[in-house]
Ligand binder design. Sequence first.
Ligand SMILES: C[S@@+](CC[C@H](N)C(=O)[O-])C[C@H]1O[C@@H](n2cnc3c(N)ncnc32)[C@H](O)[C@@H]1O
Length: 247
Amino acid sequence: MDNAFWHQRFILQSLWTKPLRNHLYKKLNLHAHSKILELGSGTGALLCENLAISPLTFGIDFDHARTIFAKQNFPNSLLTTANAYHLPFPAGSFDLSFCHYLLLWIDNPVDVLNEMRRVTRSGGTVIAFAEPDYHARIDTPQIFQEIAFLQNESLQNQGVRLDTGRRLMQYFIHAGFGDVSMGMLSGEWNSKQTTEFELEWEIIAHDLQKVLPTEKVNELKLKAFESYARGGAISFIPTFYAWASVE
Ligand SMILES: C[S@@+](CC[C@H](N)C(=O)[O-])C[C@H]1O[C@@H](n2cnc3c(N)ncnc32)[C@H](O)[C@@H]1O
């Protein structure tokens, strides 16, 4: 799967968290001179929105090809290939530093949150917008549970910490933040939805192919689709957010 595919996927994910960003950004009074940093900015799904707030929109990602892809799409953004553990910025550089579906991929999230705290000015804000808890997922009916189990196994093999969501507040506290707020994104389902299956399945297939032969993945897809078409299928992965001010 190339970066164009992942970009579409990341745009979709960014829509799930848009109401939360609208809410928090309003609270923070961000303006045209605000300096904003995204860690793990990927293909740049959130850059356009941040550039609309301020031209001082920075992003770092350790995947160089993704950074180039993002820079081509959003030439005005200030992007660097860098590791979130060692940010190439002086202390207190930003009004807001945030991440979006990043910490689940990080072995030591406390160290990364410490870096975010370091590069954010006193009175500024650090936000983790979306960290899933795959151990707490709800998948029904039965075939979706079987698929969820295999997907979790694959994600774990790929380096994901499956219970990042529930640990988010602990991570912030261990990184030295005083007053931490945390919440969970909600879900909503419509019995008439028919278009989402293929879209979601592309990601599931990408994960399952790492633990199963292709014929088995196709077999599961068929069973899942039959079940989905009967209605009432749910896959819900509780996804948490947290934010704190820098003292
Ligand atoms: C799931 S993607 C999310 C991308 C983007 N935040 C978004 O929501 O569209 C996670 C990104 O984090 C990056 N990443 C993972 N570990 C990193 C690290 N240690 N330093 C910098 N980037 C990292 C990956 O390369 C990937 O692009």
